[in-house]
Write a protein that binds this ligand. Structure first.
Ligand code: AHM
Ligand code: MG
Length: 332
């Protein structure tokens, strides 16, 4: 069985990035994710992990203790591996500059991360995740990092992935040559290839949306929901919604389903963050033979204008996303 490290070395594909760089990046990601895995697994036993940290984050949301732990774990881990020059995190207002250890280090990777996604599920023992994405810096290495290093289109990602802390801990990633998943064997602390070449299945089965917001949805989204529920062909589809993007996406990727977080009357920009959540999931969707859009246009083509920008988000099998887009046009 391949370990993640062996797989990276043998499956670099056409990526022009150095194996050493990728291995160092993954070394940081693995280290932090194992620390989080350990904490998540004993969450019921210790008050240090469950509940609110008492801090309101930049999103105006109540930061959970585990959000904070995960944010610090990733920042420290990236700092220690000497490979990344800047990080933007959903839990931090501004981007974080990582100083070079040695003058000759040319750390050129920019990381954008949602350290702990699906926070509302922490206290109830339901799957949560980490979402990450990596870009090359655009500014000269002789200059200071600028905000433009972080505000790149999703199509510029060189690596994107997530870790799901569920019944087992699984890391799924793509460097632009397909999607592969690795399960952590906690007894040895190693990720092994368990889900090679992940693609959305041909048969669509599931739709995932918070239907409690139905009254606030646009007519296009309501029409699509009714279409999913109609008895015709392989419909009605099954409704499944965890409220944890990583968990919902992972299930839909394996079983065949669409994930939707549209704009609503009260959140005209949607809820999810373009840089930390939607771009990496859109990259993975396309790499798995699917599609991702804001209901009208491709997510990966959006030029971000600010770090914590939100966007409506739809991703899943190509046919399902295209069908939803059709309804959005018809009902305009
Ligand atoms: P978070 O980053 O604060 O955890 O919020 C993102 C989460 C997604 O994981 C999930 O799909 C969505 O918010 C659920 O929102 P809602 O409870 O409004 O359905
Ligand atoms: Mg999130």
């Amino acid at each position: 069985m391949y370990t993640l490290g062996e797989f990276i070395i043998e499956n670099k594909g056409c990526s022009s990035h150095s194996i050493e760089g990728l291995l160092r990046l993954f070394s940081s990601i693995k280290l932090a994710s194992k620390a989080i895995h350990k904490e998540v697994n004993k969450a019921g036993l210790t008050k240090e992990i469950i509940g609110s940290s008492g801090i309101t984050n930049i999103q105006g949301e109540n930061q959970q203790k585990l959000d904070n732990f995960a944010h610090r774990a990733f920042i420290e881990s990236f700092k220690s591996r000497n490979v990344v020059c800047g990080i933007a995190s959903e839990e931090s207002k501004d981007f974080i500059v990582i100083k070079k250890e040695k003058k000759e280090n040319n750390n050129q990777y920019i990381v954008l991360i949602d350290p702990l996604d699906g926070s509302s599920n922490i206290d109830v023992n339901v799957s949560i995740g980490t979402i990450f994405s990596v870009y090359m810096r655009k500014s000269s290495i002789r200059m200071n990092l600028t905000i433009e290093d972080f505000l790149q289109k999703g199509s510029q990602q060189i690596l994107a992935g997530y870790i799901i802390y569920g019944s087992s801990t699984i890391l799924v990633y793509s460097i632009g040559n397909g999607v592969n998943g690795f399960t952590l064997d906690p007894s040895v602390g190693t990720f092994y290839l368990s889900h090679p070449n992940l693609c959305f299945p041909k048969t669509e089965k599931i739709y995932s949306i918070n239907e409690g917001n139905y009254a606030k949805f646009s007519n296009g989204i309501r029409r699509f929901i009714r279409y999913c529920q109609e008895k015709k062909g392989n419909r009605p589809y099954t409704a499944r919604y965890i409220g944890s993007l990583v968990g919902d996406f992972h299930r839909n990727l394996i079983k065949g389903g669409i994930y939707i977080y549209p704009k609503t009357a009260s959140s005209p920009e949607g809820k999810l963050r373009l840089l930390y959540e939607c771009n990496p999931m859109a990259f993975l969707s396309e790499q798995a033979g699917g599609k991702a859009s804001d209901g009208e246009k491709r997510i990966l083509d959006i030029k971000p204008i600010e770090l914590h920008q939100r966007t409506p988000f739809v991703c899943g099998p190509e046919k399902m996303v295209s069908k939803l887009e059709e309804f959005m046009v018809i009902c305009k």
